[in-house]
Design a protein around this ligand. Structure first.
Ligand SMILES: Cc1ncc(COP(=O)(O)O)c(C=O)c1O
Length: 385
């Protein structure tokens, strides 16, 4: 049976070069990077070389890269520590953030004296920058405000103008955190040019391993660790570092950025081809801005289906039987009974939510796979109409 993996926003396949680097480190460099003997120092030197290489990709200083178990932990570290250490009293965020941010800020609001404010979302699924400006302007003490807005939305692909928002926050003296999990490795991120305080990366979104990522924490931020124990990660995150995973992440990033332009062209062609095919299926709706290549990431498409919810669940199942993997809204929704909070936030009386599927692409997909998927979708939807 043909296997077609179109769930690359959930996670990606490892590049073979990444597997080689990790295997080499796993086999030969098992020392604990905190040990002072030669075994430890060999691991330490790989760890610090990777930190330097990774920092360079983002025009950051090595000390600003704190390795974590992934995006969720990095978001938690930044948000929780910002409230505790920086005296943040208000968090301005949006209803379309990933749960790693939303659930964390909700818990902070419930358990600490933190106010939450939500920026409006435009009809096309973008952050309303005029409203953000108004919210910032209405703050009594903007230096106690943290803005947390993701760069690329993992469900609908909308793109936040990162530099513009960072400049805006800076002009008010507010802190700015962005979940850049879906953009790192897919877009250039220059943290010397963008005056952002905090960002978050997860290796498994760009053909690196799972269970590793990092928090970008601007120098002299004043944050202290969330996980306590040893003095690893310059005292910012206790726990023995998985050097093989860090080496895999560094390799995956190196290759992602070395091949960025050609791979972006290739993946964009896949997305365009998919959209052209979808245009021929009556009743399909594009959720958020994902049909517009200028306003959405080239890596995903999210569509509303002209069928009822039960038939949509069956469709996911049917696609799976044909070897096609995609996701219902977002991977984080699978297994949970609730619908996508992002699509709910976009819904209105004129634009009620529809059963939806997210398809996300990578360099390992082909046009033939897109055609195979389009055929399966078309057959099912026509039969269900
Ligand atoms: C935007 C975004 N933030 C955070 C995460 C969580 O990252 P991780 O799986 O590395 O914890 C994800 C993963 O789906 C994501 O898409």
């Amino acid at each position: 049976m043909q296997k077609v993996y179109l769930d690359n926003a959930a996670t990606t396949a490892l590049r073979p070069e990444v597997v080689s680097v990790m295997t080499e480190v796993l086999q030969n460099e098992f020392g604990n990077a905190s040990s002072t003997h030669q075994f430890g120092q060999a691991s330490k030197s790989i760890l610090e070389r990777c930190r330097k290489d990774i920092a360079k990709q983002f025009n950051a200083a090595p000390g600003e890269i704190i390795f974590t178990s992934g995006g969720t932990e990095a978001d938690n570290l930044i948000l929780q520590s910002a409230v505790r250490d920086l005296g943040v009293q208000t968090i301005i965020t949006s209803a379309i953030e990933h749960h790693a941010v939303l659930h964390t800020v909700e818990a902070l609001a419930n358990h600490h004296d933190v106010a939450l404010e939500f920026v409006a979302i435009t009809d096309s699924g973008a952050i309303d920058l005029d409203h953000l400006t108004q919210l910032l302007a209405s703050q009594e003490n903007p230096s106690r405000v943290l803005v947390s807005l993701m760069h690329i939305n993992n469900e609908i692909g909308s793109i936040l103008p990162l530099k513009e928002v960072a400049d805006l926050c800076k002009s008010f003296g507010a802190y700015f955190h962005s979940d850049t999990v879906q953009s790192a490795g897919h877009y250039t991120l220059d943290f010397a040019e963008i005056p952002i305080d905090f960002a978050v990366v997860a290796a498994h979104k760009f053909h690196g391993p799972k269970g590793i990522g990092f928090a970008f924490i601007r120098k002299n931020s004043g944050l202290t660790p969330m996980i306590l124990g040893g003095a690893q990660e310059r005292g910012m995150r206790a726990g023995t570092e998985p050097v093989y995973a860090v080496a895999g992440m560094a390799k995956a990033l190196e290759l992602a950025y070395a091949n960025l332009n050609q791979e972006r062209v290739y993946v964009t062609e896949l997305k365009t081809h998919f959209i052209e095919g979808l245009n021929n299926i009556p009743g399909i709706r594009f959720n958020g801005p994902c049909r517009d290549l200028a306003k959405s990431t080239y890596t995903l498409v999210n569509i509303g289906l002209p069928i009822n919810a039960e038939k949509a669940v069956m469709l996911l199942f049917q696609l799976d039987l044909k070897g096609i993997a995609c996701s219902q809204g977002s991977a984080c929704q699978s297994g949970s009974s609730g619908g996508s909070h992002v699509l709910m936030a976009l819904a209105s009386v004129d634009n009620p939510p529809m059963p939806s599927l997210r398809f996300s692409f990578s360099i390992y997909n082909t046009k033939d796979e897109i055609d195979y998927t389009l055929k399966a979708l078309q057959e099912y939807i026509l039969a269900s109409a």
